[in-house]
Design a protein around this ligand. Structure first.
Ligand code: NAD
Length: 245
């Protein structure tokens, strides 16, 4: 008989969440740990904040310094996670940045962090996923519909995650690895505070008439990481309050 509702348990699984010292990443790390997973997080510049998150995660949690702009550091974070936990099941590509000035330096940085790093991490993770696995990338509703001027670079860096997700779903499906992209709408974090001058127009674009909470992204990631989502791959999951409805 099927035990409905019991397959969200992640006990015995090993996960890596990139850029998880605050915001959506920290919420994802905490939700995965609450579901039973051993969780590694990466951070680039805030060891104290990362250590505070690790303390909350408990268990075998670790923090790894890895700047997502550095492709080799991203690869190393994956291998370090597999070494620390003796296995690797769940990769969450969360680290992301936004810039509003299209200098060559910013173009390189945004594409390195938002686009190259998730791909590099996914390829490295696939190497160490010995019993199938889950690759979940935090894209954006702006990767689907842009809706506003002045955010092309960020939007294109996130739109690429749809191509990556669909391609890798095909490449890795035969090995039991699912690959999905979560596309958040406006979520109240340091990147997009709900009290900024841009908040009202984003709320107006949603069907639900409000900002989302980091928990709402984290719960979706736990679902996708779990047995409950075993037949979902190559999918874009909008968690955007209806922004792209
Ligand atoms: P945030 O700025 O609060 O957090 C971003 C995280 O990424 C931080 O922990 C930061 O330290 C980390 N990070 C940034 N650059 C890094 C680098 N070079 N190396 C390693 N880590 C790095 O923002 P957030 O809202 O929590 O964003 C998390 C993800 O969600 C991002 O990919 C973002 O693009 C995406 N997103 C956010 C929203 C929103 O409205 N907040 C909407 C759609 C998508």
């Amino acid at each position: 008989m099927t035990n409905f509702g019991t397959n969200l348990n992640l006990k015995g699984k090993a996960a890596l969440v990139t850029g998880a010292s605050r915001g959506i990443g920290a919420a994802i790390a905490k939700a995965l740990a609450a579901a039973g997973a051993d969780v590694a997080i990466t951070y680039s510049s805030s060891p104290d904040k990362a250590a505070a998150v690790v303390k909350e995660l408990g268990g075998k949690a670790i923090a790894i310094r890895a700047d997502s702009a550095d492709a080799k550091a991203v690869q190393e974070a994956v291998t370090q996670t597999a070494r620390a936990f003796g296995r690797f099941d769940i990769l969450v590509n969360n680290a992301g940045i936004v810039t509003y000035e299209d200098t060559l330096e910013n173009i390189d940085k945004v594409l390195a962090v938002n686009t190259r790093a998730p791909y590099v991490a996914a390829l490295a993770a696939a190497e160490v996923m010995k019993q199938g696995g889950r690759i979940i990338t935090i894209g954006s509703c702006l990767g689907e519909n842009v809706r506003q001027a002045g955010i092309t670079l960020y939007s294109m860096s996130k739109a690429a995650m749809t191509g990556m997700t669909r391609g890798l779903a095909r490449d890795l499906g035969p090995r039991g690895i699912t690959v999905n992209v979560v596309q958040p709408g406006p979520i109240d974090t340091d990147m997009n505070p709900a009290d900024s001058e841009y908040a009202a127009s984003q709320v107006a674009n949603t069907a639900l008439g409000r900002y989302g909470h980091t928990r709402e992204i984290a719960d979706t990631v736990v679902f996708l990481a779990s047995e409950a989502a075993s037949y979902i791959t190559g999918a874009q999951i909008a968690v955007d309050g209806g922004t792209n409805a």
